[in-house]
Design a binder for this molecule. Structure first.
Ligand code: ZN
Length: 430
């Protein structure tokens, strides 16, 4: 089984041919210098080749909410979006807080085989914020968990957060925090601002995120551990991260495609497809988040793909679920927000959507250089495409994509997972 990719531009730079055999890149050379009569030839003229995308923050909903998403449908959405690895968040039913549950998720991911599924382990039992889960048993399991998060909930108790940070040092783990001070965000519905007052929706103040990020940075420094900040959404968080990185605290951060592209203005529609946690912020925050990503203060883009069935998103804003899908649109949103605006290059996109996330997740076979003897995990993009998002045209079981009807630049055309097409010319290969 051989594939010869011809005339692809590697990370938007050099044009080269790539020969893949079984799961590996076996040869790379100048155009038309590689001859192989057995190989399937695929012409990539005008297209860009990146390492396969890696998501640090995906909600696959299985086990427990198979009406919203399954590991199979979520994997297909990931392949369609150019991903070769995703980290599945722990807020399932049952919660992924034991070796048994993380191994179940790991095994289901393997059996689907469209993308590597790496389970995230819960920090506390049942995500209740009371007692630490069996972190080392999850780390030692077949799923080899390295990222732990109560995402959906904040580990708000400082003593528990400190213990978790100390505990994961034994196996070089990282605590990924959903930073939300619970008392400051009771019944919160959207960003706290003049607009939330006008709309009559309870505010979710920026300080509720920033207070936790600041506290966690200090705790991380105090115990010399590793922290990852999930979905940074405010200019204030960026300031704290800049300070922490200056001080060489071991902290990384992610931003979502929706926080790079949408603002609280969308809430004026009262359309709950724009309801998300943390909420869409001010235009000034969007600008700061883009700059921080370009400057490396924010390390990665993570989708926070959060599928919900229609009945949970329809109806009144106050009763609708928080969350948006994003695996299939992430690359195009980032390209529109960051490349079209000349804030970043394709090589930067490879860094923030593949290389850095793989490093944070400690994955050896993703986010690697496009080079001979490397595993062939690749994402191939048409940088000149312009397309209108149709939320119904999805592999996800849910259609709560906020970009529905918007026009985006660039499109993923092929995904190669471990040497085989998992998505070819827009078609997921099942
Ligand atoms: Zn979260």
């Amino acid at each position: 089984m051989k594939i010869l990719l011809k005339n692809g531009s590697i990370k938007g730079e050099k044009v080269l041919d790539i020969l893949i055999e079984n799961d590996k890149i076996i040869k790379i050379g100048a155009p038309n210098t590689i001859k192989d009569v057995e190989a399937e030839i695929v012409d990539l003229t005008g297209l860009i080749v990146l390492p396969g995308l890696v998501d640090l923050h995906t909600h696959l909903r299985e086990p427990g909410r198979e009406d919203a998403e399954t590991i199979s449908t979520g994997s297909a959405a990931a392949a369609k979006g150019g991903y070769t690895a995703v980290h599945a968040m722990a807020n399932t039913l049952p919660v992924a807080d034991t070796a048994g549950v993380v191994e179940q998720v790991w095994n289901l991911g393997k059996s689907v085989g469209l993308v590597d599924v790496y389970p995230v382990g819960a920090v506390t039992i049942g995500l209740l914020g009371e007692n630490l889960a069996e972190l080392s048993a999850m780390a030692d399991s077949k799923a080899r968990v390295r990222i732990f998060s109560d995402d959906g909930n904040c580990v708000s108790d400082p003593v528990l957060m400190r213990r978790a940070l100390e505990y994961v040092k034994a196996f070089n783990g990282v605590i990924a925090q959903h930073a939300q001070e619970p008392r400051l965000t009771q019944n919160a519905q959207m960003n706290e601002s003049t607009l939330s007052g006008q709309l009559g929706l309870t505010g979710w103040p920026a300080v509720a995120e920033e207070a936790i990020v600041a506290r966690d940075v200090l705790l991380t420094e105090h115990v010399q551990s590793k922290l990852h900040v999930c979905h940074a959404s405010t200019a204030g968080t960026v300031e704290i991260l800049r300070w922490a990185k200056d001080k060489k605290v071991n902290v990384t951060a992610e931003v979502t495609p929706h926080h790079l592209f949408l603002s609280q203005i969308h809430c004026e529609s009262y359309d709950a497809k724009f309801k998300v946690n943390p909420p869409l912020r001010r235009v000034e925050d969007v600008t700061e988040l883009r700059n921080a990503l370009a400057q490396g203060i924010i390390d990665v883009v993570a989708t926070d793909h959060a599928p919900h069935p229609r009945e949970d998103k329809e109806g009144e804003w106050n009763s609708a679920a928080f969350g948006m899908t994003g695996l299939e649109t992430a690359l195009a949103v980032v390209a529109t927000a960051m490349i079209d605006t000349k804030l970043m290059t394709w090589s930067d996109v490879a860094r923030v959507m593949s290389e850095k996330p793989a490093e944070i997740g400690q994955l050896n076979e993703h986010g690697r250089p496009i080079a001979e003897n490397e595993i062939a995990n690749l994402c191939i993009i048409d940088p000149n495409a312009s397309w209108k998002v149709d939320a119904k045209d999805t592999h996800s079981l849910s259609t709560n994509n906020p970009f529905d009807g918007m026009t985006l630049k660039s499109k993923v055309v092929h995904t190669i997972f471990r040497g085989k097409f998992s998505m070819k010319s827009g078609q997921v290969q099942k």
